[in-house]
Design a protein. Sequence first.
Length: 368
Amino acid sequence: METINYDDLASQVVTDSATYPVWVGWGIIDEIGSRVQATLETKTAYVISDEGVSGHARRVQASMESAGIPAYLFFVPSGEQHKNLDTVKHIYSWLADHKAERGHMIIAVGGGVIGDLAGFVAATYLRGMPFAQVPTTLLAMMDASIGGKVAVDLEQGKNLVGSFYQPKFVLSDVETLATLPARELTSGWAEAIKHGLILDNNLLNLFEEKHNEITSLDSEIATDIIRKSVAIKAQVVSKDERETLGIRILLNYGHTVGHAIESTTGYSKYLHGEAVSIGMMAAASLSKSMEMMSGVEVERQKNLLQKYNLPTTSDDIDADRIIEAIKSDKKTVGGSVNWVLLETIGKAVTNNEVPEHFLIEALSQLRK
């Protein structure tokens, strides 16, 4: 694979299993064909996408074919309920019908569900095919597309069947976000703000200072801030690909309570970023109780989340059910919750000795 330095390179992910670029730019989706042609040796592409973003998928197909690479489309109905082994089986059959080969590639075009699903197919069909991520939601750009976590759901829970399988590249075209519903765009900012909270106070300053340009998707400023935020995720993954060194877990700030809120409300009331936003307020409250964050810092976090129209409280806090959900989370080991807390803004740490009464108090504050 040839290395070409494009101006929109946000970061290079470097892990034991792979090295690949993450490109973040404005209007770059139509360049995917020329970039694949220049950097990969592939004869055919299989584009797996969501019916809701068929226009973006067709642009990818057209770009590939203009570069002399035949591209076939497979559309999955929208929604998490289709991220399962039945859908995987349909895609396997489609690939077999097209006589897909190990040297061909799969391109995921869509949100996190498509990235997870297409990545899982790529990891398993023919024992592994090259694949690329083209995320079209802010949440997927920030999170799911980078890091090689691919999985599908079972009836018993989310992401229970999966693998670590890194893409050949991630191409994020910020212009595609203009077609996102406003609520989904807002939800995605939660993960971006989280990156500033855990590792980069300067990034957080930009979120505070450039709010209007960011939320209106100014082509230069929004692209720049997404590029900076994505680079943080890429750096963390590079240091701790398989979550064994206690570094990648820092990305779970707000997710322990956030996931519990999602599961106890049947994944129907809150978008992921909204639940994480509420979860980050619980984590900030715990950080203050543990004598790390100051009250001023907790308020700063709250004000910033509210500025981006993200929820910081919830009417759906049933403390007993949330605590039960936290204890059954796959990241809980031996009954002990490894919390991600903030020592101060820009510096996250883990702590598995948070007393339960602090959690009960934090949850009660979320109801206010």
